[in-house]
Design a protein around this ligand. Structure first.
Ligand code: KG4
Ligand code: ZN
Length: 335
């Protein structure tokens, strides 16, 4: 079954063609980062309008790359939420219009389920069951996964998401949006040991997270350095490294706890922050000590993309699930 996947939940227009027997055939992404750069964050209306401009040309592009025609598509999956409602509506409208005109099934899928299953697109995919750490711009969650749609929430952030903390730290350090990769690059030049940031909520039991105190700690550290006339490149790099190390340690401590609690030997990390090299290394070390393994997607499939939506949709469409004639656009939607 050939599935077209469409992702338009935020500021990336992502499309992909996934075949249930032949695997991923083509994918493309247009990032709107430059469009929103002047505003310091994503402007919802600009995001919707650009999805309108880019979506159909991108679909034609991947069909051409795969040597296929529109008529070859046998099902369409689109991101139904969570996300920006206008942006979601664009993907849903295109999916439903195409599906209706071709009399093929269409299905709205959960964006975080897409992230969660993205490592399945790689060479050595994880088998069920596993524990998943979902770390994106809007979510930080630990989930016990027994199969497609069989998800038990083990813990989540009570305030900011890890990616959000990266983005806000970037802003404090004078770096552009999206901040995660930029903070990580700056941290490369940092010297360990100069600052020690807290590991929030690790000294008490449970699997919830909190990153808003860490954000305040970063702000206080930046302000103190500025007041002392010492906010040069090295200090900024040292702060970036101290922040990143605190996030990585905190996530690793909670992941270890989740593996021990569930008895699972497989950890999956997904979402934008799972592209972080230091996080991957920290979790490799932690899981090796436990005799467990960690799985993640290639960096371009950690952040938003169409391939993960095509894959997640394919699993459900081939099981017979499909939308009625209504477009689903659900801005807030728990996994
Ligand atoms: O999954 P994603 O692309 O979008 C959401 O669903 O939110 O995640 C985006 C988030 C942003 O906060 C971005 O700063 C963060 O992922 N991110 C990173 C890295 N790459 C992206 N954070 C840390 N290190 C990275 N290398
Ligand atoms: Zn995402």
């Amino acid at each position: 079954m050939l599935i077209l996947g469409i992702e338009t939940s935020c500021d990336e227009t992502g499309v992909a063609l996934y075949h249930t027997e032949r695997g991923l055939l083509a994918h493309a992404l247009f990032s709107q980062v430059a469009i929103h750069a002047d505003y310091g964050g994503v402007v919802p209306e600009l995001a919707s309008r650009d999805h309108v401009r880019k979506l159909l040309p991108l679909i034609e592009q991947i069909l051409a790359e795969a040597g296929l025609a529109r008529a070859d598509i046998e099902g369409i999956a689109y991101t139904a939420g969570p996300g920006l409602v206008g942006a979601l509506m664009v993907g849903g409208a295109v999916a439903h219009a195409l599906g209706f005109s071709m009399s093929i099934p269409v299905l709205g899928v959960h964006h975080m389920e897409g992230h969660l299953l993205a490592p399945m697109l790689e060479q050595n995919p994880p088998a069920f069951p596993f524990v998943a750490l979902l770390v994106s711009g809007g979510h930080t969650q630990l989930v016990q996964v027994s199969g497609i749609g069989e998800y038990i929430l083990l813990g989540e952030s009570v305030d900011d998401a890890a990616g959000e903390a990266f983005d806000k730290t970037a802003k404090m350090l004078g770096l552009d949006y999206p901040g995660g990769p930029r903070v990580a690059a700056l941290a490369e030049k940092g010297q360990a040991g100069r600052y020690r940031f807290p590991r929030p909520m690790t000294d008490r039991p449970g699997l919830d997270f909190s990153f808003s105190g860490l954000k305040t700690f970063t702000l206080n550290t930046v302000n103190a350095a500025r007041a002392a006339g010492d906010l040069g490149d090295q200090t900024r790099a040292d702060i970036a490294l101290a922040f990143e190390s605190a996030v990585v340690d905190t996530l690793a401590i909670k992941c270890k706890r989740a593996l021990q609690l569930t008895g699972c030997k497989r950890l999956v990390i997904a979402g934008g922050v799972s592209a972080n090299t230091r996080l991957r290394a920290g979790l490799e070390t932690m899981t090796a000590k436990l005799g467990a393994s960690v799985f993640y997607a290639r960096p371009e499939f950690c952040t938003d993309n169409g391939a993960m939506i095509a894959y997640a949709g394919a699993q459900r469409l081939r099981a017979g699930q499909q939308d009625g004639d209504r477009i689903a656009a659900v801005p807030r939607w728990p996994l």
